[in-house]
Design a binder for this molecule. Sequence first.
Ligand code: ADP
Ligand code: MG
Length: 718
Amino acid sequence: MTPESLIVETFRLSPLQKAALARLNLHTILDLLYYFPTRYSSISEIKNISELIIGEKAVIYGQISNLKTAKGFKSKMTYAEATIEDRTGKIKTIWFRQPYIAKMFGEGDLVKLSGTVSDKNGAKYLSNPEIEKTKDLPIDAGNSLFKNTDQIGAVSYPVYPETQGITSKWIYHAIDKIIKNGTIEAIVDPIPQEILEKYHLPALKTALVWVHMPKEESHGLIARKRFAFEEIFFIQLLRQKAKKEYEKNKSFFVHAKEEDVNDFISRFPFRPTDAQNKAIEDIYKDLRSEKPMLRLLEGDVGSGKTFVAAAIAYALTQERTQGEFTKLQTAYMAPTEILATQLFENFIKYFSHLPVTIGLVTGSGCKKFPSKVDPTGWTNISKTQLMKWVGGGEVDILVGTHAIIQKSVNFKNLAFAIIDEQHRFGTAQRMKLVKKGQPVPHFLSMTATPIPRTLALTIYGDLDLTLLDAMPPGRKPVITDIIYAKNRDQMYEDIRKELKTGRQAYVICPRIDEPDPEKEMALQAKSVKEEAKRLKKNIFQEYEIDILHGKMTPKEKESIMASFEKKEIDILCATSVVEVGVNVPNATIIIIEGAERFGLAQLHQLRGRVIRSNHQAYCYLLTESFGQKTKDRLHALKTAKNGFELAEMDLALRGAGELGGKKQWGVSDLGMEAIKNLKMVEAARFEAKEMLKKNPSLKKYPLILAKLEGKETVSHFE
Ligand code: ADP
Ligand code: MG
């Protein structure tokens, strides 16, 4: 048996087991060794608070109180503080740099904490412990958890994720055999020793033994830490290497003078925020450099990313000195037709005073501005025609959905590509805009996804980051309320008052149609169609109500959005199709029915639809679920200051495992554990950078190259 041997040739397996292993993507012995337990059935060392010893790690259960946030006196560092009490005593707890924790728990909540006992002037306190809510205190339950006292510290066995056909026990025995027969001796560690030593991480062989059969809990932990580091390190290497390769290409030089943009900006009805100015400056600098730009503009919903994109596109339209390149083109890709159409219309407004041609390409047709007949408006044209102009370099700015990356779209001089809502696309999709052999475009990706900073650093490792960290002045936070059935009528009355002043509302429902009552009794979620009817009949008779959902044709959707923008519709009942990007500043109310059915990031995006003006905006989260989890999540939405804070709360609330790691970002559950640890992510990023600096081709590290090769095709979003 070698690490490369196939499992099917090494173990006797039933067809069911073979199928299961294939499903788990486990083929070689090494694959199996990299299939890690999700937990160990150990009994944690639960301590009474009175027994805590300074310097030791401990798990305690207790009631939380005196929650507050504060700022360090000298350091100015913000932190959360609380007291935890069990029947034996009390201890103070501090979470440095995590002030939001104080908002996530209520006075008197029962919690489980694990962390290290520290000491300040002789007083014990817990610093930065992990915290989660629990239903009951095990210590009160007659010390039943301490029955196996002789077992404390001894790990009984690892628990592996199972699938039909493969049990945790089978994996345990298989791995036991592999380890005992010495096969792992042949495995060479791809990570250089000096890196392991620097971060006190175990060598691969040791880590493999420890992760599968730790003799002490700490062995399991440190082994997991190593593999988490390894995963993040490889992702970083992959992304940064791709970035370096891309930067070897020739790109278009753009003069992009900051002074010149003032003319363009002065025509807007508002002044750019400092953050917007700074972003424009950053990007202009990139455009003037030799290298093609790869940049991510990350800004909360409503922070005004479109404006930045427009100011950059403007610099491109001013470029006239490129010799044979008379015009440089901009591509603007958006994830939905509604959004693409809206961006097309906005860009017409921004550029109509200039000799600029703008095109729109979506699955359902093409448009061009200006129209020959009416130079102030756009016209429908055939795709063939539009593509001819794009290919001839006569279209300056092409806005589109995915349709923009089809083979049939060929730019003459694509110099700048904007990817709106980057999280909806993959790196691979972005790269489809790059054609061989010509100067490559500068890329600006934009996103408002509330994901924790560590995750962003990881999955966007190939992008330079610009933060749009301020909202346009005067924006008031959306007043967010959680509404249960008994308060529904009052809510409608409050909303009526707002509608009377001329504002508009969205009502978001989880479903399009009413479910078949025979079949889906259990599914009580409201539907767009029925809810619209009900509201018109029983609640808002005096207002115009219409619907919008994904099953409508693009033409229908477009016409509904147009009427809503023109205020011919007061209340728009919609599915989450309005989630990204849609911008109707007069709509200041959003009701979200069945809020517990949406993810936090999605709820945040939905709510973002109503922070587009300086009118006070309202978000009503309706739920019939009284579960603690729902309450916590919705409460986080109510209290978080912005998307970034929300993301950190989400991470703390649900644990990294539930952030959709594998599915959404291509990061395994173990890798997601690392996401909780900013230091580790930064270390992995730093080491990847250093390694590429020393040896850009990585030829000196054949094992690493081999590892990366297998991953090259993996895009993190598909
Ligand atoms: P997002 O960052 O979510 O894409 P948008 O670009 O759609 O946000 O901008 C949201 C709204 O804010 C738009 O109506 C836009 O015109 C407006 N806006 C952008 N920048 C400013 C600013 N500096 N001052 C006032 N309003 C602004
Ligand atoms: Mg946007």
